[in-house]
Each structure stands twice: as structure tokens, then as C-alpha cells.
Design a protein around this ligand. Structure first.
Ligand code: NAP
Length: 435
């Protein structure tokens, strides 16, 4: 039976769920040969390099990815970069369909004075650093001061703050990068302040992540109870309130009211604070904030400012997609209509909709795009796929090579009492794949 060749660029959750949707859509008269192309020598995208190491349960979704990869119509081509080893034009010619699942990896900038100072980092650098992404091993993270500030009131900000605030011993039995654990063990940081520019009622945290804060054994979490009282008043004025928001406020209220035990490690969430400037001579020393207030549901600036002495700032305020030749980006994502980019090119995941949603969001999103693709399918082309495009001698990490890397990391983990010990060196990863 003739089959359609599908190239999926990006081996993260959105890419795998797209492959799965194609696999599920196969029938007696419709079949697909799926090639997943990935820039890094390892697949799994944010499940490997984004999800926090103390959230191991979330990472079990990788078992689903491996099941998808075991299907006979699936091939992995990792260590292959779009725009470097293959062009979009070539992929378009050599495949019936190209799906860009390239995510959003550029950290958005605050655009304030002092943002370029040493130790003012983006979560887009800090998160892959602690997750052993081979390109972020050398990120300079200075944890010598006693206070860190994290800007943004979303789940990435929460992950960042938790990793900085918890006792590193709690990360020992995880797959946190060895280099990051060593640094965190030496850390002097004892106070981490999350700063959100709007109120608790506008925070982008999700309930499970907020609940996690109540479980921290060695870190005291605080929120000003007055800010919660105000937020409750505001949502009462709103009338019809969504359940998620009610849950969030309920958990934040519990956090605010929980008796403090006087622990030395502290994590504070400060709402209604907009960073104005980062000060310091050569490196971060102080962050100046403007206080805001909520007036008729809108956040407005007050004339009041305050500053926090801190030696590290991490901004976790969202991401934009990378621009590849032949792809246009608008408002941080690939220009598309319901996932259709142009001709036989489609997009899914964060590259399609922007950096929103949890891992599971990608499942329904990818299924919708695959339905659209199938509606638009033409007769399969006579084409060879990626093998016609790669230069001879280019070292591809295929599913077998990835299996070797994976096994090696898991075995090292078993010895160390961890789920895995991640290899963070690109060349070493390739050599593990060869072994
Ligand atoms: P996010 O949820 O969109 O949160 C971004 C935060 O940054 C918001 O509080 C936003 O405030 C703030 N912000 C934006 N621009 C700002 C500026 N110029 N100054 C100050 N604050 C600013 O983004 P994210 O945290 O990067 O997360 C991305 C997605 O991944 C989310 O859907 C998240 O739930 C998901 N995720 C999930 C998990 C998990 O399930 N455990 C973990 C990590 C990430 P405004 O609301 O005022 O714009």
C-alpha cells in the first residue's frame, strides 16, 4: 500500500503526540512513515531539559514516547539540525508533510536597565543548565549571595525558585545535572523571592505546583496574607469565578496562613511588583520594583517603589520560538492558521500556539492538527525522505543509538540511586550512542 512520508521536526512532547496521532489515524487505506528529526543527540524535549528534576512523576510520560518510537513506522534522526543539516525546502520536497514541533526556547527579555548585568539570567538558560542540556552546561550561575529574585508568576518561575530554595539534598535522588547539584550544594542562597507584576488572582501558577509548596520540608513559603485578602475581594466582585482560580486562591490562602517555623530557607511570593531596574557594579546587587495595585480588575502602577538586595535575578516571563530560514515568526510563534503554515508545512505545540499549556495539552492540540493534515492530504509523492538529504558520514542518533544512551544513563543512575545520571556533553552522548 502506498504511504505518506511525514517529517516531524522536534522530538519533544508535541512531536511525539503528533507521531502518535498519525499512528492512530492509520487504516486499511491510509498509512504513514514517520521520521522524527531532532537537533540534539537526545529526544524528549522539555521532558528531558525542562521538567524540574524534583518532578520525576511528570517525566514518566517518556514511557509513552518510547512506545510510540517502537512502532515499525517510526524512525528517529537525532543530531540533525533544521537549517544546518537539512533545509525546510528540502524537507518539503522530500516529504508529503512536514510538521514543525520546534517549541519556543528563547527567553523573553524584561527590557529594563541592568538586565545585561552578570548573574541576571533568563529561565531559558537556568532551567536547561540544571537539567544537563549540553548547550547550557557552561552557563555562569553565581550562587554566592544570600538572596535570589525570580521574575514572573508562572510555573517556570515556580520551578526556578523551588530549585534555588530547597535543600540540595532533596535533589540528590533525582536526575538533576551533576554540575548543577555540585553548585547548588555550595549555594549561599537562603531567600528566594518570586515577583509577579499582577495580583494572586492573575497568577499563572497551576494548583498542583502551588500545592507542592505546602509539601516542602526544609523551606518556609510565605505570601502576604493581605494580598490574598485583597485578591479574594477582587474575585468576589468578579462574580462568576472559574474553579481553577478558586483552587489557586484557596491554596495560596493556606500558604499565607500556615504557621512559620523559622526555617532558614525561605521562598516568598510577592505580588503586584514590577521590576524597574537591576542595579550593581558589574554584577547584580539590587533590584528596584514599582508597587502596583488593582483598580476595577486592572493592574495600575502606584508611585511607590522599593528595592531588594539580591545577587541573582532569573526572569521567567515566557518564551519565543526560534526563527528558521523559510519560517516567519509573529508574536513569538510560527505564523499559522490552526496549525497550517503553508503548502505541506504544519506546526504543533509551543511553536504553533505560543508557550502555554502543560505537557498533556499537546496531545489534543497535535491530534487536531493531524486531523487537519489528513483532510488536506494529496496522493503520496515519490520521494526518499531524509536519507536523500543528509551528507554521507553525518552521524545520526537513531532509535538504537538513543537506546544505548538511555540505557547507559539509567544504569549509571541505578548505581548512584537516581532515576538516571544525565550525560551533558554532546560528544560523549554521541559516543555513548556508538558504543
Ligand atoms: P506563563 O505561565 O505564561 O507565566 C509567565 C509569567 O511571566 C506571568 O506571570 C506573566 O505575568 C509574567 N510576565 C510576562 N512578562 C513580564 C514582564 N515583562 N515583567 C514581569 N512579569 C512578566 O509562562 P511560563 O511560566 O514560562 O510557563 C509556560 C507554560 O509551561 C505554562 O503553560 C506553564 O503552565 C507550563 N509549565 C508547566 C509546568 C508544570 O506543569 N509543572 C512547569 C513549567 C511550565 P502576566 O500574567 O502579568 O503577563
Amino acid at each position: 500500500m502506498p504511504f505518506h512520508r511525514i517529517a516531524i521536526v522536534g522530538a519533544g512532547p508535541a512531536g511525539y503526540f503528533t507521531a502518535q496521532a498519525f499512528q492512530k489515524a492509520q487504516s486499511n487505506n491510509l498509512s504513514f512513515a514517520i521520521d522524527m528529526i531532532e537537533r540534539l543527540p537526545t529526544p524528549w524535549g522539555l521532558v528531558r531539559s525542562g521538567v524540574a528534576p524534583d518532578h520525576q512523576k511528570v517525566k514518566t510520560v517518556s514511557k509513552v514516547f518510547e512506545k510510540i518510537a517502537k512502532e515499525p513506522n517510526f524512525r528517529l534522526f537525532a543530531n540533525v539540525e533544521l537549517g544546518k543539516h537539512v533545509s525546510l525546502k528540502d524537507l518539503r520536497d522530500q516529504y508529503d508533510v512536514v510538521v514543525l514541533a520546534t517549541g519556543a526556547s528563547i527567553g523573553r527579555k524584561l527590557g529594563i536597565r541592568g538586565e545585561e548585568l552578570k548573574n541576571s539570567l533568563s529561565a531559558a538558560d537556568f532551567v536547561p543548565w540544571y537539567n544537563a542540556h549540553p548547550e547550557f552546561v557552561d552557563v555562569k550561575v553565581d550562587l554566592s549571595s544570600d538572596t535570589a529574585v525570580v521574575i514572573g508568576a508562572g510555573n517556570v518561575s515556580m520551578d526556578t525558585a523551588r530549585i534555588l530554595a530547597i535543600d540540595p539534598a532533596e535533589l540528590e535522588p533525582t536526575d538533576v545535572a551533576d554540575h548543577a547539584l555540585a553548585k547548588l550544594k555550595q549555594s549561599n542562597i537562603r531567600t528566594v523571592i518570586i515577583c509577579g507584576r499582577r495580583g494572586p488572582e492573575h497568577a499563572a501558577f497551576t494548583a498542583p505546583e502551588l500545592r507542592d509548596l505546602l509539601k516542602l520540608k526544609n523551606t518556609e513559603v510565605s505570601i502576604d496574607p493581605k494580598q490574598i485578602e485583597e485578591a479574594i475581594k477582587h474575585i468576589e466582585e468578579m462574580g462568576n469565578v472559574e474553579r481553577d482560580l478558586k483552587n489557586n486562591i484557596e491554596i495560596m490562602k493556606t500558604i499565607a496562613e500556615t504557621e512559620k517555623k523559622g526555617l532558614t530557607r525561605k521562598l516568598e511570593i510577592k505580588f503586584l511588583t514590577t521590576p524597574l531596574e537591576i542595579k550593581g557594579s558589574g554584577k547584580v546587587e539590587e533590584i528596584v520594583f514599582q508597587k502596583n495595585k488593582v483598580v476595577r480588575g486592572k493592574v495600575v502602577a502606584t508611585n511607590e517603589t522599593f528595592s531588594v538586595k539580591a545577587g541573582l535575578v532569573v526572569s521567567a516571563i515566557g518564551y519565543d520560538s526560534i526563527e528558521y530560514p523559510g519560517i516567519s515568526i509573529e508574536r513569538g510563534r510560527i505564523i499559522n492558521i490552526a496549525g497550517h503554515v503553508e503548502h505541506n508545512v504544519y506546526t504543533v505545540g509551543w511553536a504553533k500556539r505560543g508557550p502555554t499549556g502543560v505537557i498533556g495539552t499537546n496531545k489534543s492540540d497535535s491530534t487536531d492538527v493531524v486531523e487537519l493534515i489528513i483532510e488536506n492530504l494529496k496522493e503520496p509523492k515519490a520521494c526518499e525522505g531524509i536519507t536523500a538529504l543528509l551528507k554521507s558520514g553525518h552521524e545520526v542518533i537513531d532509535q538504537i543509538a538513543w537506546g544505548k544512551i538511555n540505557a547507559s544513563e539509567v544504569i549509571s543512575g541505578e548505581i548512584a540511586g537516581k532515576p538516571r545520571v544525565k550525560e551533558a556533553d554532546w560528544k560523549q552522548l554521541i559516543s555513548l550512542g556508538r558504543s
